[in-house]
Design a protein around this ligand. Structure first.
Ligand SMILES: C[S@@+](CC[C@H](N)C(=O)[O-])C[C@H]1O[C@@H](n2cnc3c(N)ncnc32)[C@H](O)[C@@H]1O
Length: 333
């Protein structure tokens, strides 16, 4: 591992809402390390002079670690605040880093605009940044009051308030069950629909306190965490963006170049795992076929058979890393 990768703290930390279980450790959120950075960069193995796409620039932690290997970086983030901060953080790398406010699902279009054909690697470090989570005005926090927003890209149209106030009870139940994996999904949806008849939901504490009444407190995790996760995933179409982003980035990898993805919950990890599996099988077989057929999507080799998880030290010192999983695959000719 390259110890230099950690020589400077970064402005962002990575991770899911799980942070909110551990208020004691939130005090120094501003100066956490990016999750699994050394492992991701080592497995990405970028060549000096090649161009790597970092689809989730955040505070620039992974971007910086890649730049230190001698590779150049095109860093994307859909949040304009992240791009502003990453630009300051990475100014000393000059022209070796290009920053664009964009969704990584549009990576192909951005590369076309820049006149870039193939790339020497790609990385995604999914979820919200600590800046987004801790900045109450962005509306991601279950514990700090702010507008019920949750848009990573403030220019996008649907906010969490729109969903909470407009979705039908069935749609809310499905959302909380499927994207939040919340056992009390139906009861939470029913309470929301009842309460919003009196007054629409406008801010985060109003919602998290209502959820707490239904779910109750169990363990250290805030009872609204799963529902907030579901809303955040829906607002930002995170799973749709991930599927499109994986396709767009993999299509641009040159032979031998790698893609690394850090996920923070099972829904994301399943998409990455299935995508890598579907693209790394040379042959497909079905009982109804007389013989196996060549897989038209076969273009990857798995570098990580099992996901890489943070070591004991990182788990202890960076609670956000605890649910992180890193998967890496390599483009084949
Ligand atoms: C966990 S943070 C990344 C932190 C970064 N790797 C670092 O080391 O500082 C995730 C970032 O990805 C951005 N993001 C999430 N989904 C995105 C998408 N589909 N397209 C572009 N950016 C996205 C978020 O706005 C957030 O800034």
């Amino acid at each position: 591992m390259n110890a230099l990768l950690f020589e400077r703290p970064v402005w962002f930390a990575t991770g899911p809402l799980i942070l909110e279980e551990e208020p004691q450790e939130m005090e120094d959120f501003t100066y956490h390390r990016p999750v699994l950075a050394a492992e991701a960069v080592e497995l990405l193995a970028p060549h000096p002079g090649s161009l790597v796409v970092d689809g989730t620039a955040g505070g620039g932690g992974h971007t910086q670690a890649i730049l230190k290997t001698g590779a150049d970086v095109l860093a994307l983030d859909q949040d304009p605040d992240a791009i502003t901060h990453a630009r300051e953080e990475l100014a000393h790398f000059g022209g070796r880093v290009t920053l664009r406010q964009a969704n990584f699902r549009d990576a192909g279009k951005i590369l076309d605009e820049l006149g870039v054909g193939k790339i020497g690697g790609a990385i995604l470090d999914l979820g919200v940044s600590s800046y987004q989570l801790e900045n109450a005005a962005r509306g991601f926090s279950v514990m700090r009051n702010g507008p019920l927003d949750m848009r990573m890209n403030p220019g996008s149209t649907i906010s969490a308030a729109d969903i909470v106030n407009r979705y039908s009870e069935e749609d809310l139940t499905r959302l909380f069950r499927e994207l939040g994996e919340e056992p009390a999904a139906r009861r939470v949806a029913s309470l929301i629909v009842k309460m919003r008849k009196d007054a629409p939901f406008t801010d985060t504490l109003q919602l998290s306190r209502a959820i707490e009444k239904v779910v109750g407190r169990h363990g250290r995790r805030h009872p609204a965490t799963q529902i907030f996760q579901a809303l955040r995933i829906e607002v930002n179409d995170e799973l749709g963006a991930l599927e499109q982003g994986l396709r767009a980035l993999t299509a641009r990898l040159e032979t031998g170049a790698r893609i690394a993805v850090v996920t923070f919950h099972s829904l994301e990890d399943r998409i990455v795992k299935n995508f890598f599996r579907d693209h790394s099988r040379e042959w497909l077989d079905r009982p109804e076929w007389p013989e196996p057929r060549r897989n038209p999507d076969y273009d990857l080799r798995l570098i990580t058979d099992k996901p890489v998880e943070p070591g004991e030290h990182e788990r202890r010192t960076n609670p956000r890393s605890r649910s992180a999983k890193l998967r890496v695959a390599e483009k084949i000719g």
